[in-house]
Design a protein around this ligand. Structure first.
Ligand code: NDP
Length: 285
């Protein structure tokens, strides 16, 4: 048997990562000869460990918390979406030996929303809770779907305001009237407003917590989406159900879709994501 191509996810902590499972299912499905492991890498060892991995034949790395900004700095060159996100979740060695950094989180989210769950974004009012790394990665791909408004609300208000200001001046080909599309604020400013889709990109769900949301904020037939996921519905998914969301979903589909995009970047083969999502869903019921 020929030697297997080596890939890994780096993070800290990493024990509960589903990425090795997802990528080995993709590899089986598409007949790719590769091995994908999870490596616990503290931030201070990231650059050295990544260099070593590539030096010893590693072909690609996924990076998760808290390494995405470090991976952004580590890459020799960046895709356009990684430049917008200022964070990298996928590294790949190019033919010339240089390391390319990409961010597949945003495209993963948009695919899960629009393709898997048929939630259209054009003309919609979107609210993103949280202004951390995940929010930064999803704004530009969401903007590209032509919503009428994107509000970023965050606990630390100035982070939301600064992020919105950064994206308000983004120069996207084919985009007009961007001014006013993205707005940043605190949770208190959400009183008396309504949104068609509320995305929870805070890490509150990880501690079974919920950002403070006023009543009636979800428009009729509106949907909720928590980027976090777990074996049980998250606090935000439950909130969506209690507030009559047409759909209240968690981020498992996004996880599989962002992995598929990384797999495509590495192998130039598009795996079937739905079978993997179905399998992972059946395992948590
Ligand atoms: P960061 O640490 O960069 O940001 C965390 C954000 O959550 C900050 O805006 C922070 O606010 C806010 N926050 C934390 N706790 C609370 C709370 N109790 N109430 C209100 N706001 C809170 O994390 P990331 O952006 O990297 O990740 C965010 C979430 O997205 C995580 O749950 C992560 O698992 C998920 N994710 C899922 C992916 C997927 O594929 N499904 C991909 C990437 C991320 P403040 O600024 O005030 O501290």
């Amino acid at each position: 048997m020929s030697e297997q191509d080596k890939y890994a996810v780096f993070g800290y902590p990493i024990k509960h990562s589903k990425s090795p499972r997802i990528h080995s299912l993709f590899a089986q499905q598409t007949d790719q000869n590769l091995v994908y492991t999870a490596e616990e890498v503290p931030a201070e060892n990231f650059a050295e460990t990544a260099k070593d991995f590539f030096k010893h034949g590693g072909c690609g790395i996924n990076c998760t918390v808290p390494l995405k900004e470090l991976a952004f700095k580590f890459a020799d060159q960046l895709t356009e979406r990684a430049q917008f996100a200022k964070a990298v979740n996928t590294l790949v060695v190019e033919i010339d030996g240089r390391v390319l950094g990409d961010n597949t989180d945003g495209v993963g989210l948009v695919r899960d929303l629009t393709v898997n769950h048929h939630i259209g974004l054009a003309g919609k009012r979107l609210l993103i809770l949280g202004a951390g790394g995940a929010t930064r990665g999803i704004i530009e791909p969401l903007m590209a779907e032509n919503p009428v408004q994107i509000v970023i609300a965050n606990r630390t208000v100035e982070k939301a305001i600064n992020m919105a200001a950064e994206f308000a001046n983004v120069d996207l080909p084919g985009f007009k009237n961007l001014e006013g599309l993205v707005h940043g604020c605190g949770f208190a400013e959400l009183e008396n407003r309504q949104f068609d889709l509320i995305l929870n990109a805070t890490s509150a769900s990880l501690s079974n917590d919920l950002p403070p949301l006023p009543p009636n904020i979800l428009a009729e037939n509106g949907c909720c989406y928590d980027l976090a996921y777990g074996n049980e519905p998250t606090a935000f998914v439950k909130w969506g159900l209690e507030n009559h969301a047409a759909k209240s979903l968690d981020g498992l589909g996004m996880l599989v879709e962002q992995a598929a995009e990384a797999f495509y970047l590495w192998r130039k083969v598009q795996p079937n994501t739905q079978t993997v999502i179905n399998l992972l869903n059946s395992e948590r019921k």
